[in-house]
Design a protein around this ligand. Structure first.
Ligand SMILES: *[C@@H]1O[C@H](CO)[C@@H](O)[C@H](O)[C@H]1NC(C)=O
Ligand SMILES: *[C@@H]1O[C@H](CO)[C@@H](O)[C@H](O)[C@H]1NC(C)=O
Length: 286
């Protein structure tokens, strides 16, 4: 990829991990942005054991699919032509235990992941996947070849149209995702960098500095700014994040914004989801 970062209007909201009944139709959707819902999560673990154990690429559904059903996906896309729906792989925990990227072999993991994800994507009318493993039993080269082959195969088979990765600033995490980027960056459409993993004392200037660091770490990538609406006191504040987004847009670097998570935003009347979309709707050319 050789393009320079540029402003665009992609807004993305994770949804469904908290099991509080949040629906697609609860979330305000600005027609002037491109809007992705990202279902959280599918995980290659089973809860048939306690603690849950890895299933070597056999993905199971862990989002609230009693509310966020296949029919609900079809309906939100039907009524909003700017909406796509993706699903995120992994996440931090399963039943309060860490989720590890933990495979038996590359070939068997890729085969199992391709078949289980193809079934889920088709059943739920999904458009893309997001990669959010945060703990690793495999080395970076193994992670890179597994995820790279998975995304390449799903795209080649016409199962998905786009893929994103969701790293954050932790040495082990960055090693794994940068190895993936080095070999397979050309099939990764967006980098959902978790800027909310930085501390609550982060200033706007520091946020912009961290963003510039990721432009170097993921060269040519479409990097999204982000914040969390979870009730936390340990993350970058929302207002600092939104100010940084304005600065990045004024510098022509704001490709998009994502929020963790619609489930939490509901109790705030989605005011920050609305604000973030309004900012992106300003992006030149849209
Ligand atoms: C990886 O999976 C194997 C097989 O289920 C298990 O024995 C091992 O403890 C797992 N490693 C981690 C770090 O969870
Ligand atoms: C952000 O700033 C506005 C005023 O500009 C204030 O009303 C709001 O409470 C702040 N939000 C947070 C999360 O600090």
């Amino acid at each position: 990829m050789t393009t320079d970062a540029a402003n665009s209007n992609l807004f993305r909201d994770y949804i469904g991990a908290i099991f509080n009944g949040v629906k697609f139709t609860d979330v305000p959707i600005n027609p002037k942005v491109r809007f992705d819902f990202i279902l959280a999560f599918v995980i290659d673990y089973t809860t048939a054991t306690e603690p849950p154990t890895p299933t070597n690429g056999q993905f199971n559904i862990f989002w609230q699919n009693s509310v966020l059903t296949a029919d609900a996906v079809a309906a939100i896309k039907q009524s909003n032509p700017n909406v796509r729906v993706a699903v995120s792989l992994g996440g931090a925990t399963v039943n309060n235990n860490p989720v590890f990227f933990n495979i038996t072999s590359v070939d068997s993991w890729v085969d199992n992941a391709v078949s289980s994800l193809t079934a889920i994507v088709r059943q739920y009318h999904l458009d893309g996947i997001d990669i959010d493993y945060e703990s690793f039993q495999a080395d970076p080269a193994t992670f890179a070849v597994c995820i790279g082959r998975l995304v390449t195969t799903l795209k080649r088979n016409g199962v998905i149209k786009f893929a994103s990765i969701a790293p954050y600033d932790n040495a082990d995490v960055q090693r794994h995702y940068q190895a993936l980027w080095a070999s397979y960056g050309s099939v990764i459409d967006y980098v959902n960098f978790q800027f909310y993993a930085y501390s609550a004392s982060t200033t706007e200037a520091q946020y912009v500095g961290h963003f510039n660091d990721q432009i170097v770490n993921y060269p040519g990538g479409n990097i999204l700014a982000s914040f969390t609406t979870a009730p936390t006191t340990t993350s970058v504040t929302i207002n600092v994040s939104l100010s940084a987004c304005q600065t990045l847009q004024s510098q022509g670097k704001l490709y998009g914004i994502f929020i963790w998570a619609a489930d939490h935003s509901r109790s705030q009347g989605f005011r920050y989801d609305t604000q973030a979309q309004a900012l992106l709707a300003n992006a030149a050319g849209y």
